[in-house]
Structure formats: C-alpha cells, structure tokens
Design a binder for this molecule. Sequence first.
Ligand SMILES: [Zn+2]
Length: 107
Amino acid sequence: MPREVNVGPKIRYEKSTVTRMIKLYCTKNHGYKKELCEDCQKIHDYAQIRLTYCRFGDDKTTCQKCTVHCYSKNMREKIRVIMRYSGPRMIIYHPLFAIRHMIKNHR
Ligand SMILES: [Zn+2]
C-alpha cells in the first residue's frame, strides 16, 4: 500500500521550520551562507521526506513530541544536534517561528 503524501498546512509549516533550523545551523557552524553543505543538505532532504510521509499527517504534533521515532538512529542523532543548536536561537533569528513552535510544544 503506498503511503499517503502529506500536503497539509501543518506539515508544510513543520517543513519550513526544519529548513530554517538546518540553515541556521549550517551558516553558523559550517560557514555556508546561501546553500547548505553536503552533510546538512542530506539531513535536510531526509527530514523533508520523513515529514512528507509522516504517518500522522496533519494531526501530528512537533517531531520532538512525537512518540513514533521514524528517524534512523544515525539521522536522529544529527538532527538532535541541529535542533539543540538552532532551537534556542530561533527566537533571535526567526522569533515568530520560534514562538509558534513553543506554543505547539506546550499543548
Ligand atoms: Zn552544514
């Protein structure tokens, strides 16, 4: 059975959050300004695909709160480092995003 592809607003929002977080991390840690470095690009693509096929679709909470760990161990570790770095900094660089994300996490 082919898995459904998510196109809802929540998934789209999560995707852009992930993109911003990885971009912020890459710029600050790897010095890439316009594009992502090869490693970050891979993580980014991976995260996008996970979201596209997230089994909860638009009913999902944020990935940190998700009970289904759909990331592979390797990728989970990498994305965790990025989130840990970018999470608190989002409030400075993308305050609206950060606030919306925090509200969702506390629900
Ligand atoms: Zn990078």
